[in-house]
Ligand binder design. Structure first.
Ligand code: NAP
Ligand code: ZN
Length: 364
């Protein structure tokens, strides 16, 4: 059993501005990594720029990160980081910019080909990354994982090293207030999926379980607001902290088959990451129920729900569109995803036939 989480967290209203002086510990030349617009829209970019100016730190912005970033997209960011001689990175965004920043920090210090990022520990340590979360779901600000789309393999792959944890994570719920409702829902469902996949995981341990269960309890407090699509600031904060809590848990355990089975739904069918997990989650929980009914009931209880059916109904309200693939795709996807690494941490010995049957539930 082990537990490792080296990221320093600052949370609460205006935490970037209130802790502006921490940026000066990382150098004089920053690279801001973000997506097209969200950092501007949610106010995080203004706060970060103000904090940098206060500390006389120069900065350049790379705002080209794609949703579900590709390896090439991050490699381009790595070239930019080299050109501007960045001392450190500030990543602002959802999981996509945060994961991209981890890859960019590694490309900055290592002369490797794009795909060599998956070779494990590199010769040189990456430059430090500081993360400002603007979605509440992936927990990437407190995990070592960077999940990248690999076009040549038509799927996603992740890399991680102990050095890819962020040095600092800022959690200010005000940045998540500008999220459209659909992204709020999809990302909250991603965090829910992390919690079930972490606790019901062969690699779960007593420490990771504490964080994952607390995450479910926090989400439980705001679940009815989410279903009603009417969130207060407090709800947004609950969801943001729930996402970070369970991020700390998956940093220990990883995820399992919901995530690997979700990748083709994102790659081929264009579902967002959270939505892809959401349409598979009830089936996973049903499978786990056969193995450990008591634990599954306990977890549903944290959400104020009495059965998997109630859970499924709730998910159906959040993500009504679930008939999205063909029978051929169900077969193809199960052939592909049964080979994923994290299949081994599924609590039962899942077979391709099991995965096929789960995918069949999504057939139009
Ligand atoms: P995302 O892809 O980062 O963002 C989705 C969309 O939301 C983007 O269009 C983004 O705009 C917009 N957005 C973000 N914050 C916003 C805000 N505050 N206001 C308005 N719009 C906002 O979504 P995500 O679900 O957070 O991240 C998904 C990625 O994370 C996937 O690639 C997934 O594989 C990965 N992931 C990583 C981990 C991990 O441990 N590292 C765990 C789970 C998932 P912009 O285009 O302007 O950015
Ligand atoms: Zn996820």
């Amino acid at each position: 059993m082990s537990f490792y989480m080296p990221t320093k967290i600052y949370s609460g209203s205006d935490c970037v501005i209130k802790n502006a002086s921490v940026f000066k510990n990382f150098g004089k030349n920053a690279m801001i990594v973000t997506g097209k617009t969200s950092a501007k829209v949610c106010g995080a970019l203004d706060d970060v720029v103000k904090a940098l100016n206060e500390n006389n730190i120069s900065y350049s912005i790379f705002d080209k990160v794609l949703n579900n970033p590709t390896v090439e997209n991050c490699y381009e960011g790595g070239k930019f980081a080299k050109e501007i001689k960045a001392d450190f990175i500030i990543a602002i965004g959802g999981g996509s910019p945060l994961d991209a920043a981890k890859a960019i920090s590694m490309y900055k210090t290592n002369d490797i080909s794009p795909m060599q990022i998956f070779d494990g520990e590199q010769k040189n340590k990456p430059i430090p990354v500081i993360g400002v979360a603007t979605t509440a779901g992936t927990g990437s600000e407190v995990t070592q994982y960077s999940v990248l789309t690999v076009e040549s393999e038509e799927t996603k792959r992740s890399f991680s090293t102990p050095d890819t944890f962020m040095k600092i994570a800022f959690l200010d719920a005000k940045y998540t207030e500008s999220l459209p409702m659909s992204i709020t829902i999809d990302t909250a469902v991603d965090a829910l999926s992390h919690a079930f996949e972490s606790i019901l995981n062969k690699r779960s341990n007593i420490f990771s379980e504490v964080y994952a269960k607390e995450s479910l309890k926090l989400t439980g407090k705001s679940l009815s607001s989410l279903v009603k699509r009417n969130l207060t600031y407090k709800d947004r904060e609950n969801l943001l902290f729930a996402s970070a809590y369970v991020g700390i848990a998956i940093a220990q355990t990883g995820t399992t088959v919901v995530h690997s089975m979700g990748y083709p739904l994102t790659y081929y069918k264009g579902l967002t990451h959270g939505n892809a997990n959401g349409v598979l989650l009830s089936s996973f929980i049903k499978g786990c129920d056969n193995v450990n009914h008591k634990l599954v009931s306990e977890l549903l209880g944290y959400l104020g729900l009495n059965s998997i059916n109630e859970f499924d109904k709730m998910l159906n309200t959040l993500l009504p569109d679930r008939k999205i693939i063909t029978e051929d795709e169900a077969k193809l996807f199960s052939e592909k995803t049964i080979k994923a690494k994290n299949v081994s941490s599924c609590p039962w010995d899942i077979t391709q036939e099991d995965e096929y049957k789960i995918f069949l539930k999504l057939v139009k």
